[in-house]
Design a protein. Structure first.
Length: 205
């Protein structure tokens, strides 16, 4: 369940960040200014605090956890995608597309989006680990779906049962190690993908 929530939350986060980043980099002007100020506001606010606030006011369910994590972790992706979009927009073939009558949707979907997808892929892999940790934290705080078994929920059950004070480490170590190993694995995968795609991104810039 932690893997499912992490994957769905990462997809939602990257989708929001990519949409805002591409549109802000393409249209610019007042729209880009407003979107970047909203992005800055989310960046300076503690992500976990926002996620806890959303999870508190919304019904306790799997969808709530996914939404709470997804809508609070997109600003970094938006910043990166906007920077890459601005770089792509300066290329000569973008000017040729505009001269030939290409509209905003055609340029963003056919020319800009394919060039930012490698960056989006690497960012998705990195966000999954953060989403898994956030899901475990929300479940440990009792804000997850009570009908779903997750690693964070197991730690919460062990704490409530007095495993910490009794020294029953075998209730605490397995879920804790699982969370750490999976988060580390996705982080390493994300770094590896980033290194593989970095030369291509360097040429794009």
């Amino acid at each position: 369940m932690s893997l499912l929530v992490g994957l769905l939350a990462a997809v939602l986060s990257v989708a929001i960040g990519t949409l805002i980043g591409v549109t802000a980099g393409h249209f610019r002007g007042w729209y880009a200014t407003v979107m970047m100020r909203v992005t800055d506001w989310f960046l300076v606010m503690p992500t976990l605090v926002l996620a806890i606030a959303l999870a508190t006011v919304m019904p306790r369910s799997l969808l709530t956890t996914v939404v709470a994590i997804g809508v609070t972790t997109w600003p970094t992706t938006a910043r990166l995608v906007r920077a890459q979009t601005l770089a792509v927009e300066t290329r000569p073939y973008i000017e040729r597309a505009r001269a030939l009558g290409g509209g905003h949707r055609h340029i963003m979907v056919r020319h800009v989006l394919p060039n930012v997808m490698p960056l989006v892929l690497a960012q998705t892999t990195l966000i999954i680990s953060s989403a898994i940790l956030a899901e475990a934290t929300l479940a440990f705080l009792g804000l997850g779906d009570p009908g779903v078994v997750s690693w964070g929920g197991l730690l919460q059950d062990a704490r409530e049962a007095g495993a910490v004070s009794a020294g029953h480490w075998w209730y605490l170590v397995p879920p804790g190690v699982a969370i750490a190993l999976v988060a580390l694995a996705f982080t390493l995968c994300g770094r590896a993908v980033e290194q593989v795609l970095n030369p291509r991104l360097g040429v794009a810039r």
